[in-house]
Each structure stands twice: as structure tokens, then as C-alpha cells.
Design a protein. Structure first.
Length: 352
């Protein structure tokens, strides 16, 4: 019986969580800068300080956001933020502090992005309760806008052409609270044409039938990335899976239009084939989506030039009964041998 991997966890093995950076020595420059809230908001509006489209969605509740604004209004110390300065644009990427920065921007605007609801403080002291920024006393408005937030601005100088330190900083700074997920970090660091393609394909009608509802932490996008990485570079796969996906996304960051069109076509074609001939909500041999079944079947079908569609379902069922395949999708699923074994077996059963 196949082990049931409880989705939404995408990483397969507990051992597959560390980046193998043995031998890498980083040279990072950093300096501090104090910003007024007004100045931070202005820079965010100009996208001089920014987050990529899917770095991370806003996850604070209205109460959490209100309490943070209240801290500013009361003159309490505010935790600093971390920004990464990109050499090519001189813009600043938000590494740590997104929830705080999003909150001050929303309160300054009067509402959160993509919402028509006025941002009124909730669960705070009586003098602030239920008030938007325009409804505060003028003194309190000035105190909010003139509050100082300290930023640590970093830039990697070594290794050149490798900004992996940013991933490491993301990972370590977000080890508490509500941690960033691997794909949220990748989307922040490797933003570009490939990330935009992942976002686009994540809305594909057949993909949504395969995966289910959209995942707020971008784990559905991570599976699309995983599909492309194993399809294109699977022959060179080396554990851990997380590092493999990082490197693939970095290499494909600025995806040329013709290559993007090819990826778009093959992903949509494969998803359509799966839904039509295996069924909706596939890759669930027990009840939850099994990532190893997903990647092996999708890659096998995508690599094939011809599939006997009428036999696909019965062959898929036979694959799931194969003892060697069960082993390869149930234990140590990020191991190189198991990755190769399950894709090879999926190909032999589905497209003999």
C-alpha cells in the first residue's frame, strides 16, 4: 500500500530541507538606514521597495495589522526590516518585514490592496478603535507618518552571478512565526519571466482539476516548477530536491518567449491528457496528492510523442500496483535512484 503523503507538504523527506552550501563562502556588504513611514510608503508606491508578484500573500489578520499600527501610534519600538539591493536595478527587494510594510502602506492608503474595505483599526485602545488614518487626530496622523523604521540593506558581492545567500537569509529570518515556504522564497529571489509563467499556468483549468483549489503558500506553483525541472533536467538530478529546484529556477529566471511558449504548450497538453484519460483529482493513491506519483506520471507523459489514450487509465492502475514503483514513491522519494526508478517505471507502463 502506498504511503499517504499529506498535502500541502511538498518536500518529500525530512532530510531534504537543507541547502548543500558546503564550501561556499559569502561576501555580503550591509549598512543601516532609517526611513520615515511616509518615505517607505512613497518608495513602495514607486516600486523602489517591492515584493515580486508572488513572494508571499498578506497573512496578517486585521487585528494583527491594527496592533502593529497601534504600536507606531504609541511610539513603541518597531522591529527593523531587511532589504536586498539588486545591482542591476538598484531597487530594494523585501527580505524580511513584508507584513509590516504591507500594513503601513495599507493604513496610509486607507485600505488593503485589492480591497474596497476601509482599513479601520480593530482591537486597539479606545482612542484609536474603529478609526482609519483620515479619522485619527492630526497629531496621531503625523506621529504615524513621521515614525522611523530601521532597515538593514544587504548586497552580495561574492560569489558572483549567484545570489543564493538571499535564499539563505530568507530561510533563516523566517524560521519563526509564519515561515516563508520554499516557493515563496524562490518567487522573491528569482522573479522574472519564468515566475510569471508559473503564475499563469497555475490558473490553467485542467491543472486546477488536478491539484484542487489554489494554495495560498504557492505550493501548487512549486509542483509546476518540479514538473519542468525533472522534465528538462531530470537526467542531471542530484539530491536534495530543494537545491535542484532552486538552481533550475535561477537558470530559467529570464525565460525567452519561444521557450516559454514551448513550456506552456507541453504543460497544458499534459494536464489535459491526465484529466481526460486518468480523471480529475489524480495522483492520490490513498487520499492526499502524492508528489512522487505526480512528478513521475506527468514527466513520463510529457516526454512521450504518442500515447494510447484509451489504455492510459488501465496502464496507470497497473503502474500503481507495481511493487518497485510503490517503493519508489513511498520512501526516500528525493533520493536520486528513486527519482530515476519511478520515472522509468511510469514511462514503461504508460507509454510502452
Amino acid at each position: 500500500m502506498i504511503e499517504d503523503f499529506d498535502f500541502p507538504e511538498v518536500e518529500d523527506d525530512a532530510a531534504d530541507v537543507e541547502i548543500d552550501d558546503e564550501g561556499i563562502v559569502y561576501q555580503i556588504t550591509s549598512f543601516g538606514a532609517d526611513f520615515l513611514v511616509d518615505g517607505l510608503v512613497a518608495r513602495m508606491e514607486r516600486q523602489d521597495i517591492y515584493r515580486p508578484n508572488f513572494q508571499r500573500q498578506f497573512v496578517w489578520s486585521t487585528s494583527q495589522a491594527s496592533r502593529f499600527v497601534e504600536s507606531i501610534l504609541l511610539g513603541l519600538p518597531i522591529p527593523g526590516i531587511f532589504l536586498y539591493r539588486e545591482e542591476e536595478t538598484q531597487k530594494h527587494l523585501i527580505i524580511d518585514g513584508l507584513q509590516r510594510l504591507t500594513t503601513i502602506q495599507a493604513f496610509s492608503r486607507g485600505k488593503f490592496e485589492n480591497s474596497n474595505k476601509v482599513f479601520r483599526l480593530s482591537g486597539v485602545k479606545r482612542r484609536f478603535e474603529g478609526r482609519s488614518i483620515d479619522e485619527l487626530d492630526p497629531t496621531d496622523q503625523r506621529r504615524f507618518r513621521d515614525a522611523t523604521i530601521h532597515a538593514t540593506i544587504i548586497q552580495q558581492t561574492l560569489p558572483e552571478a549567484d545570489n543564493s545567500s538571499v535564499y539563505q537569509i530568507f530561510d533563516r529570518l523566517n524560521s519563526g512565526g509564519t515561515p516563508l515556504q520554499p516557493q515563496e522564497i524562490r518567487a522573491a529571489i528569482f522573479h522574472g519571466e519564468f515566475q510569471l509563467l508559473l503564475e499563469e499556468l497555475n490558473s490553467d483549468e485542467n491543472w486546477r482539476k488536478i491539484f484542487g483549489g489554489a494554495n495560498k503558500r504557492a505550493k501548487d506553483q512549486e509542483l509546476i516548477l518540479r514538473f519542468f525541472a525533472l522534465l528538462v533536467d531530470g537526467a542531471r538530478y542530484k539530491a536534495p530536491m530543494r537545491k535542484f529546484l532552486n538552481e533550475f529556477m535561477a537558470n530559467k529566471r529570464h525565460l525567452p518567449p519561444d521557450e516559454a511558449d514551448h513550456y506552456r504548450h507541453i504543460f497544458r497538453k499534459t494536464c489535459s491528457l491526465v484529466v481526460a484519460h486518468i480523471g480529475e483529482k489524480p495522483f492520490r493513491p490513498v487520499r492526499a496528492l502524492n508528489v512522487a506519483v505526480f512528478d513521475s506520471v506527468m514527466v513520463a507523459l510529457a516526454r512521450s510523442t504518442s500515447v494510447e489514450e484509451g489504455l492510459l487509465r488501465s496502464r496507470y492502475d497497473s503502474l500503481l500496483a507495481d511493487r518497485d514503483y510503490i517503493e519508489a514513491v513511498s520512501k526516500s522519494t528525493a533520493d536520486e535512484t528513486n527519482v530515476e526508478t519511478r520515472i522509468r517505471l511510469a514511462s514503461s507502463y504508460l507509454v510502452p
